[in-house]
Ligand binder design. Structure first.
Ligand code: FAD
Length: 302
């Protein structure tokens, strides 16, 4: 069996694997997509001591750093079940069962769906979630961004440089994004912001041709013709596969203590999949290190 088996290959998982391997214990890492969310991130300027980098570049550095150590890297593999017996068992979607004395869960998070008619139907036919991946597909066209939080406003600023026009739709009466992002957004001439509106439907025939929203104060329905809709309304933790095996919040986030320990002895968690207050690269890496040290401490005592 492994001493430490990490599930998830984003910043949290990579950090956990390196910290574990540096203790000279048997370490493995299972990742559906090594790199995680940073693969979808264009520019990173808050990874302290690195003034500027790009997501895919940071992802390759993570993988390179992990491979400096004696870590079993199992990329393109998904975990589907966790069971605590004498050891912790992780079943993969390919049917294999891995056993380990401790497990660190670092499966991260993914974009939330808005859940209106047309969203599922027009996915990849105009409905998108990753501006850095799909933005260029809408060059010169009109798009909407649903969501006025940091990710929505970042997306709108990003897209405004590529597309003809961006309409931002925010459900609440105010944008939630940091003021520096809002200032930047309002300085752009090809962006329109609608606050206090509810998205009703994404319309189209073969591809998206518009979006219908309701002004919440008046109840008035409006339609905007456009070619693309970017849904940016937050992240959902990738923890459904755990079921009741590990305690999670009502949002699905894994509950951890200050050592990264969950309610199951020997099972630790780190990064965006946990109930940590903030979701950032540097925070995920710190919590990955914490969870690995927590797991090592657990191994020493058991
Ligand atoms: P993730 O990065 O989500 O990685 C999760 C890993 O788990 C992946 O390898 C995934 O494939 C794997 N996985 C999931 N489910 C399973 C499973 N069942 N079995 C096996 N593997 C699984 N943060 C910053 O600090 N600065 C920024 O500028 C910044 N910009 C961002 C821009 C965008 C567009 C996005 C999406 C995020 C941004 N973030 C930024 C946030 C940052 O990317 C995340 O906080 C960070 O990636 C979280 O790391 P993580 O390791 O916890 O999870």
């Amino acid at each position: 069996p492994y001493d430490v088996l990490v599930i998830g290959g984003g910043p949290a998982g990579a950090s956990a694997a390196i910290y574990a391997a540096r203790k000279g214990i048997r370490t493995g890492i299972v990742a559906d997509r090594f790199g995680g969310q940073i693969l979808d991130t264009a520019s990173i300027e808050n990874f302290i001591s690195v003034k500027h980098t790009e997501g895919p570049k940071l992802a390759s550095s993570l993988e390179e750093h992990v491979k400096e150590y004696n870590v079993d890297v199992m990329n393109l593999q998904r975990a589907k079940r966790l069971e605590k017996k004498d050891l912790v068992e992780i079943e993969l979607e390919n049917g294999a069962v891995l056993k380990s004395k401790t497990v660190i869960l670092s499966t991260g998070a993914r974009w939330r769906n808005v859940g209106v008619p047309g969203e599922a139907e027009f996915k990849n036919k105009g409905v998108a979630y990753c501006p850095h991946c799909d933005g260029p597909l809408f060059a010169g066209k009109d798009v909407a961004v649903i969501g006025g939080g940091n990710s929505g406003i970042e997306a709108a600023i990003d897209l405004a440089g590529i597309v003809n026009h961006v309409t931002v739709l925010e459900f609440m009466p105010e944008l939630k994004a940091d003021s520096v992002l809002q200032e930047r957004l309002y300085s752009l001439s090809n962006v329109t912001v609608h606050k206090n509106v509810q998205t009703k439907e994404i319309t189209g025939t073969d591809n998206v041709n518009g979006i219908t929203y309701i002004e919440r104060e008046t109840g008035e329905e409006k339609h905007v013709e456009l070619a693309g809709v970017f849904v940016q309304i937050g992240l959902v933790p990738s923890t459904e596969w755990l079921g009741d095996a590990v305690e999670r919040t009502k949002f699905g986030e894994i509950v951890v203590d200050k050592r990264g320990a969950t309610n199951v002895p020997g099972v630790f968690a780190a990064g965006d999949c946990t109930d940590s207050a903030y979701k950032q690269i540097i925070i995920s890496m710190g919590s990955g290190a914490t969870a690995a040290l927590g797991a090592f401490d657990y191994l020493v005592r058991n």
